[in-house]
Design a protein around this ligand. Structure first.
Ligand SMILES: [Zn+2]
Length: 238
């Protein structure tokens, strides 16, 4: 793949980090990644050590390239300690081109009490009966733990990590980000609704109709990708 195309992937990932920071899903840590097409390499946000740096200022130079064992191939930072949650999911899922790990407050709150984000509103229909919850709060910092979360993810688009965060996947970084944003919005809605009564999921009939039309939250048209960058890009501080 041409260097210019790798640079384009890095710029997109850096912008995705700035957007996720702005939306509150990534604060001091969290990381997105994207496969480098035609190679067994992955671009991922590096582990930034510089004092006083915040992820609001993430640029393409902060993204590093690793191989499928999580070894640094190119870049000026170390890979993140949890690089294995990315590499092991790519090994297990040929349909996935992007992985995102975030630490969103409301989703973590639900995970602590063992309540999965579920299909309670239209955009959450892809979550069906409930997003799987990984039952440990530890860092996913070995290949074995990466394989565990990949197994739990199975063919789904998201998992929650109990008392820790989320992992979402997509055919592109836009979709992985969108799913993480939807998880968090859904968790907030479930928490709000619970103040007034029992949280009711969408009917099976509505879910079936949604899946027929949208393919279980997997629709990823060019139009929806453009919409993602336009809407969330506009919300960034100028
Ligand atoms: Zn984490």
């Amino acid at each position: 793949m041409a260097a210019k195309d790798v640079m384009e992937i890095k710029e997109k990932l850096a912008l995705a980090v700035r957007i996720m920071v702005n939306e509150g899903l990534i604060e001091l840590s969290g990381h997105p990644s994207t496969r480098v097409p035609g190679t067994d390499h992955v671009c991922v946000l590096g582990h930034l050590h510089e004092e006083g740096r915040t992820l609001r200022a993430t640029s393409a130079g902060d993204i590093v390239t690793v191989d499928m064992d999580g070894n640094l191939v190119e870049g000026s930072h170390e890979p993140p300690g949890e690089v294995y949650l990315h590499t092991e999911i790519y090994k297990a899922r040929s349909d996935v081109n992007s992985v995102l790990h975030t630490h969103p407050t409301a989703t973590i709150a639900l995970s602590i009490v063992g309540i999965p984000d579920s299909a309670v509103w239209l955009a959450a229909a892809g979550f069906g009966q409930g997003v799987p919850i990984y039952q440990s709060s530890r860092q996913i910092d070995t290949p074995e733990l990466g394989q565990e979360v990949a197994r739990l993810l199975g063919n789904e688009i998201a998992i929650m990590l109990k008392g820790h965060g989320t992992i979402t996947v997509g055919s592109g970084i836009e979709q992985a980000c969108r799913t993480s944003l939807t998880l968090e919005k859904t968790a907030n809605m479930m928490i709000m609704s619970a103040q007034f009564g029992k949280v009711q999921p969408m009917s099976t009939e509505d879910l079936t109709r949604y899946e027929r039309v949208w393919g279980k939250g997997r629709s990823d048209s060019e139009e929806s990708r453009r919409g993602f960058w336009a809407y969330y890009g506009e919300r960034l501080p100028q």
